[in-house]
Structures are given as structure tokens and as C-alpha cells.
Design a protein. Structure first.
Lengths: 218, 217, 218, 217
């Protein structure tokens, strides 16, 4: 019987290696806060963290950064007045800033087997300096590569034992695409449902993309 | 600065002025800041508002007692949905922006140049903070890009309406129209054309307050 | 008030120009048969038709090909013993064969603003002859371009007046991505529903991608 | 041809032999033809079957009286869904195939070469019919590619298990294992290794029926 549920946070986080690239979903709601806490506790070092924004001084990203286990942050937005901003200024955190849509598309590309793509976004900005560009259909485009995750940390509203997920309202955000893009996709779900409770046509993230699910009631 | 009798629009005033130009049926993304306020002024028309985090059909700001913690806009402020809304994931949401499906995007800016260049994400190439967000995607992807900003900087009063942008660009040649607290300017192949001014504003004063050349009707 | 419903098939098909590229969805179920019939009747010539397969001797594709209005077919699969196969053999139909996944990805790219992408699919086959390839991460990849539609013909199970759609079961197939990829997306829907009847989290194709909807009861 | 006492597997027999090697929990795409039959033989395990047209979790073939006209597989045959199925659109479905999410894909073939090359879509480069379908996507994307085919061609009895493919390739170096009516062959860096043979088959006969060299355990 397929059963992707794991009993404990430690079991959910087991085996994450030093140097791993970790995709963490969330845009306000939809942030897998328990799993991010678990990552801070799990002890893997030298991590690359991929998420939309570097956060503020509190919350799951800040907690994770404070443990000092993050070597590099790939995101679209960092505030000067935040843990990430100060670590970057102090030279203890590498930073790769990616336009938010390009970030989403690079993550999806990793999940979909696209090995590189050309986009106009950022092509005529300082973000393109020293990088490969090409004019396609009269538009200057920038070559972008997929962001593959070793691990994805995902938030869900419902999960069945196959790992079929729903996400509530705008808590969906990066969750379905990050789930696609990692070798090991770990989910925290607010609700556990019976197989079949989620209608097939309304599954938001299919279980094929999910390896482990932890029940974290809200 | 001129002493002529005019009262610059406040932030709500700029938003209201923009709202007046949005026809029913448009599909619109509003940036953080002044742009976010635009939706408050189009209640008489069906205009569909999009947010980068996957919301299609943003409704009115909810009362404190009716907040849905799972529902925010691109500024992570609590929102409601209109009847007929749809929710998608981040890549699909940016497919809307980047794929040319937005009739309009309204963004804030530090500077706009007469060739349509937009600078709205950094004040220096080596600024330690990096706040790109979704602006570059929206700027290149929307069918029309309008900017909402104050005409001049606070303090020194420098013109944000420029011959050439001095800050790092968000995208080149993308701005179609600029709504400031003083005027509405259209970006044309020949530079900024004045479409409208606030009551009491004069040609001389607007030119004094604007670094770029202005084309008068 | 936004209302994308049109009253007649002629109104749905109005304005399609000679030389247009038409994306037609369907993989068995999900084929917009009425709209394809409407296209045959509408009279536009010299069309490029993009769909999964060239069909057999009967059905909507065959009918459309028989009118002689299709100059070129872009698809993943053509049978020798079919209208398309015989027209190609006779030299009256141009054919561009695209692997099915690349076809789907090229259509999605058009909808998503991706200007080109590299994929391993087909890179080491005769389909890549004379085309740009590149080794990325030790894999030979082929450069593929988006397929933009002037028109998309779409099948839906439900539509509201904003053009928010659901697709039934595997009738979904190419419908959501073709709807994204065309300037003029025309839908035939089995059911008309009130605004709000489709829960926001379960809209399969958002109205932003839809221009016209025709009610074609089943 | 040898006269030794063996009975080649029929198409169901090949499918049954493949099914035996699929462990519970795998996520599997089955091509048209013999591969489609594989799912009939794994009823004792939870194996999830994917179809290119967006079906995740294909169930048993429905009776004539229980056909859902909106639900087909990649061969456009009517199917049912398992409990726990999911439905996605074509790009998402091929993201599964191309993005490396399939544990296994089983395809039919005209020929397989000892370096893992696969030829299954055309018998000549200038063949007028072009039946690529999704095979190239599946061949390069799946974690494992197994082939189900008859060992020899009908009529002439030519070996489909080849030193080099003579037909246009679907993809190079992708096949991991070949299940024929006579044997199971693993593609190794040194060529085809024999994993299994049907009852009554001998080394000599299998070598006689096979163009490529065989590696024996």
C-alpha cells in the first residue's frame, strides 16, 4: 500500500544532506513553517535556500537564516532591515536575486524537464550583465536555467495517502511548482483526507510529485 | 518652486485619476503602493484585478472581522475575492503577466524617462538591498504599463520625470503613461506629451518641475 | 458588465482571417467539434492548424481538412490512411511533426511568454537535422520556439460569463494551454453556469484567457 | 529457425512478464500496444499508471455499460480511474514525463540496439506517415525505459534486438531493458545481458534469433 505519511517531524526531515538545495514555498500564507523549523533543527549545513523573499526579522525564514545553516539565498526580494539583508551586508550570506516570474518559471522548468529558456524579463537590466542574451522576434531575451531542488518544503491544506494535495486560496503560490522541482518533496498538511476525498479534477498538486507528508494540524 | 495656486494630488487622488481611465472589462495588475489603491475607485465597472501570487479577481479590502488568513495580494495584505474569481499557482500567475494577458499594469517608480525606461527597484547598482519582486516581469509582459508616482522627490524636489533614468532600470522603453500628483503624461516616440494637469497647474510651473521636455497639445 | 457569451456559431467565428494560425484542442474527448465545423463554414483560407493528431477519415479534423482551407498542419501524429495523410502524400498539405510533449510545451510557452526553450526531446533524432542544439548538463538539447495562435478553439464542460472554464475528466488535455496561447480564444461550452458556481480554486482555465464563449449543449 | 521445444509468449504473456517486475508504488506510463496490457497484471499491488493526455491513476477497463465518454487513455481507449486519481492538462502531463517523474515507461518498438538506442516511430526517414506521438518525450524523460516487443519480425524473422538500429531513432541510449516473447534482456555498458528466457529456450536458439551479441550470466 502506498502511504506517504510520516509520523514525526524528524522522520519528515531525515536524510537532508549538507550542501543541499532546498526549495521553500510560501508567499505569506502557504509557508511550510513547521518544516522550515524542522530544517533548522535537522542540522544540515551549507544549504542553498530558494524562496520568494528573504523575510523580515521574525518568522520561518529568519529563524532558518539565524541558525547559520544557509550559505546562499535565491529569491526575488530582500529587505535591508532583515536577517537576510544584514547577513548579506556582512558577507556571511550569498544572494542571487531573480525576478519573481523568472524564479517561478525556472522552478517550473526544473519540474518539467526544460533545460533552459529565453525570457525578455531582466534582459535589458544589470541582472543580465555578463550573461547570454539573444534577440528573438525583435525582443532581447535572457537565457535562464532551471532551479532543481534536492528538497522541497511544501504546505498543503489537504493530503491523501498518495500525496495528492489541495492548497487553500492564495496559499497555493509556489507550492505546486516547487513540489515538481525537487527530488525529495516533503509536505506539511493541515488536513489528512481519505483517498478519493479530493475529486481527481481538483487535485492541485498530484501525488506523483510528493515523497513524504507530515500532518501538522492548524 | 513656483508659488502658483495648485494643490498636488495626494496618493488617493493619483489612484482615483488612474481609475478614471480604466474601462470596463480590462484585466489589470496593480503594484504595491499608490497602484494598490486604484481598485478602490472602480467600483462602478467590472475590472478584474490580478495579483502575482495567483489571485485573479481581487475584491474589496475585508473588515478586520472578515479576514481570511489564506488570502493575500502581492503586498501580502489581506484581501477578498470577487464573485467569479480564480486562483492559480505562481508559474501560471506569471504566465498571465509575462504572456501578454494583462491589459494594464500600474506600477510605482523612482524615475521614468522620456523613452519609456522605467526605474523602480534600486537606487544604485550596488545597493545592498535587492527588491526586484515581480516588477521586471510585469514591466515587459503587460500590454500597457502605466506608472503612478509623485512628480518630484521629497526634500530636494528633483524631477522623477527624466530625460534619462539615473537609477538601474527595471526595463527599457516600457512605460506608456505616467500619472503624477501634478499631471498625466503620455510617452510618445517624441517624448512626454501632456494629457492632463491638475487644476491651477500652469505650463510654466509644470515645465519648471519636470526635467524632461514636455510636448503640449 | 463583462459577458463573453456570443449568440451564434457565426458570431463565435467572426473575423478569423486568411492565413491565421488556429489551435484546436482535443484528444478524443475535449475536441471543439462545433467550432471546427464553424471554421470550415466560416471561409478563412490558407490556415495553419495546430492540433495533436491529424485524425482519421471522419470527424472534425477530417471535415476541416476536406474543405481545403488548411495549408499546414502542425501535430504529433498523422496516419497514412487518413485525409491528412493522403493530402500530405499528394503534396497539398504541409506537415510539421512535433513530439507531443514538445507540442504541449511550445503551446504553453506561447501562453507564458517564454520565447524559446531547450529540451532533450528529439535532440538526437532526424527531427533535429539542421536545427540548433546545445549540450546542457551533459544532455544534448534542441532549441524549440513557442507556437502562437491567432485563434484557439476550445471545448469546455462549464463556463461562466467571465469565461472561467472547467473541463470534464480527460477532456481537459490541450484546452487550458491552447486557451493561453492565442490572441482570440473561442470556447464551446456544454453548460452555462452563474458567476461563482465554479469555486475559484477549481477553475481549470481562467477567464483572462477567453474572449468568446458559445453555448453548445450536449 | 530452431526446432527446440518452446512456446513464445503471446502479447498477454509479455505484458504479464513485465508486470511481475514492477514493484508497488511505482509511477508508470504504458505505451500503446503490448504495454497497455501490463496494467491488467498488477492488480495485487498499488502501481499508479499515467497517460500522456493528463490521467494520473488509470483504473480497470470499464464494461460496455459503464463507459465515461470523457475519459480515455493515450490510445483514446475508454478507461476508468482508480480512487485517488488526478487529472491535469497536457503540458502538466508531459511535465511529468519530461521532468523525470515516471519511475518507468514501457514502450513498444521496431528495434532496440545494444547501446540502448530505440527505434519505434518510423520505418524510414522519408516515410510519408509520421507517428511520433509522445514516444520521444517519454523515452528521454522516464527514469527507466523498458521495451515490450516480439523478438523477431513477422514473416522474415529478422531480429529486432540489434547491434545498431536500422530505422530512424526515437532516442539514443535510453532503453534499460527489453521484454520479448523469448527473453528478458538488460542493456548494459557491454551490450545485452540475458536476465531470463522462456521455458524450453536454449542459449543456442536465442543467439540464433538475436542479431546482437548476448552476455550470459
Amino acid at each position: 500500500m502506498i502511504d506517504k505519511f510520516v509520523p514525526t517531524l524528524a522522520a519528515a526531515m531525515a536524510g537532508i544532506q549538507d550542501g543541499a538545495t532546498v526549495l521553500a514555498a510560501g508567499f505569506g500564507p502557504g509557508t511550510p513553517a513547521t518544516l522550515m523549523q524542522g530544517l533548522a533543527e535537522q542540522g544540515a549545513r551549507d544549504l542553498t535556500l530558494v524562496m520568494n523573499a528573504g523575510g523580515r526579522d521574525d518568522g520561518p525564514v529568519a529563524d532558518l537564516l539565524r541558525t547559520g545553516h544557509i550559505r546562499k539565498l535565491i529569491c526575488s526580494f530582500v529587505r535591508a532591515d532583515s536577517v537576510a539583508g544584514r547577513q548579506f551586508a556582512a558577507g556571511t550570506l550569498e544572494l542571487e536575486i531573480v525576478p519573481q516570474g523568472t524564479l517561478a518559471e525556472r522552478i517550473r522548468a526544473a519540474g518539467a524537464g526544460v533545460q533552459a529558456f529565453f525570457t525578455p524579463t531582466g534582459a535589458d537590466t544589470i541582472l543580465a550583465e555578463g550573461r547570454e542574451t539573444r534577440v528573438i522576434n525583435d525582443r532581447l531575451c535572457l537565457l535562464e536555467y532551471p532551479i532543481f531542488g534536492d528538497v522541497a518544503l511544501i504546505d498543503a491544506w489537504q493530503s491523501d495517502r498518495f500525496g495528492n494535495l489541495t492548497h487553500r486560496d492564495s496559499a497555493r503560490n509556489f507550492n505546486p511548482i516547487m513540489a515538481m522541482a525537487a527530488k525529495q518533496t516533503i509536505v506539511q498538511t493541515a488536513h489528512v483526507v481519505e483517498l478519493g476525498a479530493i475529486p481527481p479534477e481538483n487535485v492541485h498538486t498530484a501525488g506523483v510529485f510528493v515523497q513524504r507528508v507530515l500532518h501538522v494540524p492548524v | 518652486m513656483s508659488g502658483s495656486a495648485f494643490k498636488p494630488l495626494d496618493r488617493d487622488g493619483i489612484a482615483e485619476r488612474i481609475a478614471r481611465d480604466i474601462p470596463e472589462g480590462w484585466f489589470v495588475n496593480l503594484g504595491i503602493g499608490i497602484p494598490t489603491k486604484v481598485s478602490d475607485f472602480v467600483n462602478d465597472r467590472e475590472v478584474i484585478f490580478h495579483a502575482e501570487n495567483g489571485v485573479i479577481g481581487i475584491g474589496p479590502t475585508p473588515d478586520a472581522g472578515n479576514i481570511n488568513p489564506y488570502l493575500v495580494n502581492a503586498g501580502v495584505q489581506h484581501i477578498s475575492l470577487i464573485v467569479g474569481a480564480a486562483l492559480v499557482h505562481h508559474a501560471d500567475s506569471f504566465a498571465i503577466a509575462r504572456g501578454g494577458h494583462l491589459d494594464l499594469c500600474v506600477l510605482g517608480a523612482f524615475e521614468v524617462a522620456e523613452n519609456g525606461d522605467l526605474a523602480n527597484w534600486a537606487r544604485s547598482p550596488d545597493e545592498p538591498v535587492k527588491q526586484v519582486g515581480g516588477a521586471m516581469d510585469l514591466a515587459v509582459g503587460a500590454k500597457r504599463l502605466w506608472v503612478a508616482m509623485e512628480h518630484n522627490t521629497k526634500g530636494r524636489g528633483d524631477s522623477r520625470v527624466r530625460k534619462i533614468c539615473s537609477y538601474p532600470l527595471t526595463a527599457k522603453g516600457v512605460v506608456k503613461r505616467v500619472y503624477t500628483d501634478l499631471a498625466v503624461l503620455e510617452v510618445t516616440p517624441h517624448g512626454f506629451a501632456v494629457l492632463d494637469m491638475i487644476p491651477g497647474m500652469t505650463k510654466a510651473t509644470l515645465e519648471e518641475r519636470t526635467e524632461a521636455a514636455l510636448i503640449w497639445p
